[in-house]
Design a protein around this ligand. Structure first.
Ligand code: GLN
Length: 189
C-alpha cells in the first residue's frame, strides 16, 4: 500500500513523516501519473487559493475529482479541508468539492491566528488530542452523510463522510498518530 501526499505546496513532508511512523509508504504527488497506484491521498495544510491554482495548473483537479467520486479515500487538513469542501464562503476559488460541507476560511479571526487546544475526539480514543490551529477554517454546514467527529467552541473542526476525512487543525504537527491511524484504519476499504 502506498499513500499519496499532495506536494504542490504546504506541510506535505510532515504528513509523510506521520505516515512513515504509522508504518505505511507514501509518495509525493505533483503529477497526474503519480496518482496511479495510490491507495489514498492526503491534502496538507498551506494556502487553499494557491493550492487550488496549482491543482488546476498541474492538471490534477479534474483527475482527483474523478478518483474521489470513484472512491479514493482522501484526508484533508486545514487548507486541505477547504479544498475538499463543496462550498467555500467568500470569493470563488478552485476546489475538489467532494465533501458535503460548507466552510469558512480564516474563521477564528486575526486575534487568535494560531492556537492549540486539547480536543475530545471519542472516535480516536479517550485521551484528548492536542490540536494545532493555524489560520484555521471551520465547517459551517454539514450534509446528511457527514459525521461530526469533534467541535471546538461549538464549531465543527473534524468530520468524516465515508472515505473522506477533514480536519481544520494540523495533526501532522503533533507527535500523536491517532488521527492518521484513524484515516488509515477507518476510511480505507
Ligand atoms: N488560511 C489558509 C487557507 O485559507 C489555511 C491555513 C492552513 O492550512 N494552515 O487556505
Amino acid at each position: 500500500m502506498k499513500i499519496g501526499v499532495l506536494a504542490l505546496q504546504g506541510a506535505f513532508v510532515e504528513h509523510q513523516k506521520m505516515l512513515q511512523l504509522c508504518g505505511v509508504e507514501s509518495i509525493q504527488v505533483r503529477k497526474r501519473e503519480q496518482l496511479k497506484g495510490i491507495s489514498a491521498l492526503v491534502i496538507p495544510g498551506g494556502e487553499s487559493t494557491t493550492m487550488g491554482k496549482l491543482l488546476t495548473g498541474y492538471d490534477l483537479l479534474e483527475p482527483l475529482v474523478r478518483l474521489g467520486r470513484e472512491g479514493l479515500p482522501i484526508f484533508g487538513t486545514c487548507a486541505g479541508l477547504i479544498v475538499l469542501a463543496r462550498d467555500i464562503s467568500g470569493p470563488v476559488q478552485p476546489k475538489l468539492g467532494l465533501m458535503d460541507i460548507a466552510v469558512k476560511r480564516n474563521a477564528f479571526g486575526r486575534q487568535v491566528d494560531s492556537f492549540e487546544e486539547d480536543l475530545a475526539i471519542p472516535a480516536i480514543g479517550e485521551k484528548p488530542f492536542r490540536a494545532v490551529f493555524i489560520r484555521a477554517p471551520y465547517i459551517i454546514k454539514t450534509g446528511n452523510g457527514v459525521e461530526v467527529l469533534t467541535r471546538y467552541n461549538g464549531r465543527v473542526v473534524f468530520a468524516r463522510q465515508g472515505r473522506f476525512l477533514a480536519a481544520a487543525f494540523h495533526p501532522e504537527l503533533t507527535g500523536d498518530l491517532r488521527v492518521h491511524r484513524y484515516f488509515l484504519d477507518q476510511c480505507l476499504p
